[in-house]
Design a protein around this ligand. Structure first.
Ligand code: NDP
Length: 349
């Protein structure tokens, strides 16, 4: 129940508790996952959506029952009903839009990559901290219940000392997404779109950052202008743990997964690299193989629940700005390795 003595909005919610959202970007991911994830949270509503196109904004607002649409971010920044923004524009806009939102005192849930440059990510974190607003980043895979159980098992030593990890994250990019991902050498490409999720998931599961990375990429099966559409990465994590990632936009019929090899056993996660609440987890050791039951939840509902809690002063977003910066720094080191053919030491400022 709303507390007495506090300002209330029209629905009777405490203004401190109610989260009025603006969607910055009339995007696929907002339509498919985030609109619903916001609406299932307590005391939350979507006030408006920003699109650079009046026509696209109107269509998006109409199709998603959002009461207003704007083409100018200034209208959102000046709107007192908005206290949080979800930024899901193309990657090159995340930095400027986050800086503007923070300066206006709006909490920010930003899509990955946080920015295109580490220095920009750094500025975004500092700006949100100075403004006293929450900055979260939507690395959804750490919200998957299977990965959360896998992390718990690794931390309790279920497979002994970790030796090596393999990540399988190849699929065939849906036709609807054959835009900036495959033709924008600046903001597109597999590394900042998909490999960065693998990186965040590995950081979440292993609990540390890689020290060194090496990578080779493919291009030209689907992407053009040198934009990568396939990748193999090798990384070294602290404790001499070797990690391999295969990622691709061009492999149909593949199933995403992870394998963790330890001194006392193996943990295998299957079908666990998508946006769906899916994934089966198996442990194999001297006792044989056993499936570990997972009680799945919607990844985006979870992300929005943790972010909303943080806005209300309870806990942190599932992935923080610092997580976004670390994943970006590692992703850029991977890209540098692919471009130069050298092993790159990872530097996370
Ligand atoms: P979209 O391509 O759907 O949307 C990105 C922007 O492109 C929109 O903000 C929109 O600009 C513009 N746009 C959308 N439709 C059209 C169109 N028909 N013609 C021209 N421009 C259009 O992006 P995604 O939803 O695929 O990705 C958005 C962000 O979310 C990216 O940063 C991506 O990395 C991230 N993402 C994250 C996922 C996750 O699970 N965490 C999953 C998918 C993406 P405008 O608003 O000005 O109309």
């Amino acid at each position: 129940m709303p507390e007495t003595g506090r300002a209330r909005d029209a629905r009777g919610y405490s203004m401190k508790e109610h989260i009025g959202w603006a969607l910055i970007g009339a995007s696929n991911v907002a339509r498919q996952w985030i609109v619903d994830a916001i609406r299932v949270q307590n005391d939350s509503s979507i006030v408006t959506v920003l699109s650079s196109s009046e026509e696209r904004g109107a269509k998006f607002a109409n199709e998603n029952a959002i009461p207003a649409h704007v083409t100018d971010i200034g209208a959102i920044l000046a709107d007192d009903r908005v206290n949080a923004v979800y930024i899901s524009t193309a990657n090159q806009f995340h930095h400027a839009q986050t800086m503007a939102a923070a300066a206006a005192g709006k909490h920010v849930l930003c899509e990955k990559p946080l920015a295109l440059r580490v220095t920009d990510a750094h500025d975004m974190i500092a700006a949100c901290r100075t403004a006293g607003v929450v900055l979260g980043i939507n690395h959804h895979l750490r919200c998957n219940a299977m990965h959360q159980e896998l992390r718990r098992l690794l931390a309790e030593g279920a497979i002994g000392r970790l030796n090596a990890v393999r990540v399988f994250h190849a699929n065939f990019l849906a036709q609807a997404l054959h835009g900036w991902r495959i033709n924008d050498a600046g903001g597109g490409g597999l590394i900042l779109d998909s490999t960065i999720h693998d990186i965040d998931t590995l950081r979440f599961l292993i609990g540390s950052n890689p020290t060194h990375v090496m990578a080779m990429t493919q291009s030209g099966r689907l992407a053009h202008d040198g934009v990568e559409d396939g990748i193999m990465v090798i990384m070294r994590f602290p404790g001499d743990v070797l990690v391999q990632i295969h990622g691709s936009y061009t492999v149909p019929f593949s199933e995403g997964g992870v394998e963790f090899y330890g001194s006392d056993g193996v943990l295998v996660g299957r079908d666990c690299m998508s946006q769906r609440p899916a994934g089966r987890l198996f442990i194999r050791n001297a006792d044989g193989e056993r499936e570990i039951p997972i009680h799945h939840h919607n990844l985006y509902h979870y992300a929005l629940a943790t972010f909303s809690g943080a806005v209300r002063g309870r806990g942190q977003p599932a992935a923080t700005g610092e997580d976004g910066l670390a994943a970006l720094a590692i992703a850029l080191a991977i890209r540098e390795s692919a471009l130069t053919g050298r092993q790159i030491e990872v530097d996370i400022p």
